[in-house]
Design a binder for this molecule. Structure first.
Ligand code: APR
Ligand code: MG
Length: 217
């Protein structure tokens, strides 16, 4: 398939690959930020144990369970809810950058639309009944899709650090499901790069400060 994408079947044919499945849970919403900015869609991501943003999900062993059963098991652990995810929700499979402990990794990505009430139940369960809360998952976050007057919102969100290809998965899925127009996204990304550059300047200043304090002591 194009762009390094694999079909579900091609991915499963790789006998020495590890597989990881992650999902974007989302809903429509009519709610407004500050009573005037349309929020449009609630999209759930999480702050992971490693300080990176990612989607819920994890490693699945297809010799022991289907990809979807494994994903649902991971979602139960990380979100504390039983969700039904099917093959129809499978959007993407591709080789991901490997690590020393996992040189050949294929990531599978799913998207599942829920009702707004269900999304709120997931958020509640994630902090109350989820096994991984406070351990592998530090908290759930919603993706701001809007842009504020000062340029904040989606652009600032995209300038954070993400696990593996989670940022690309987010952007691809926003476009594919038409949750956001390409023009809005393009503008947000350009602003995001500026935010990122400012972040690097701030970090450099903090390094200089901590070095000076360290050298005094
Ligand atoms: N998109 C693409 N790849 C991802 C994404 C994502 N959104 N999230 C994670 N990955 C990749 C990363 O390389 C990650 O290490 O998939 C791998 C497995 O995903 P996790 O969600 O981290 O796996 P999980 O089963 O939930 O955690 C298992 O893995 O990193 C170790 O010790 C850590 O306890 C953790 C264990
Ligand atoms: Mg995980």
């Amino acid at each position: 398939m194009a762009n390094g994408q694999l079909s579900r079947a091609e991915a499963l044919a790789c006998s020495d690959c590890r597989h990881a499945c992650h999902a974007m849970l989302y809903s429509d919403t009519k709610s407004l930020l500050f009573g005037k900015i349309p929020i449009k869609h609630i999209i759930l991501m999480q702050m992971r144990f490693d300080g990176l943003l990612g989607f819920p999900g994890g490693f699945v062993n297809p010799s022991k369970e289907s990809l979807e059963a494994g994903l649902c098991r991971e979602l139960q652990e990380e979100l504390g809810v039983a969700l039904s995810i099917s093959e129809d929700d499978h959007l993407d499979a591709r080789h991901a950058p490997g690590t020393a402990s996992c040189p050949r990794l294929i990531t599978h990505f799913y998207a599942k639309k829920l009702e707004e009430e269900q999304i709120k139940e997931v958020e509640q369960a994630a902090v109350s009944t989820a096994r991984d809360h406070g351990q592998e998952v530090l908290g759930m976050v919603r993706v701001p899709l809007y842009t504020t007057k000062s340029g904040g919102g989606l652009s600032s969100f995209l300038s954070h650090a993400f696990i593996a290809n989670a940022r690309t998965q987010l952007i691809d899925t926003l476009l594919r499901l038409q949750l956001l127009g390409p023009e809005h996204l393009h503008k947000a990304l350009r602003h995001s790069l500026k935010t990122h550059a400012q972040g690097a300047v701030d970090l450099q200043a903090a390094i200089t400060l901590t070095k000076a304090i360290r050298d005094q002591s």
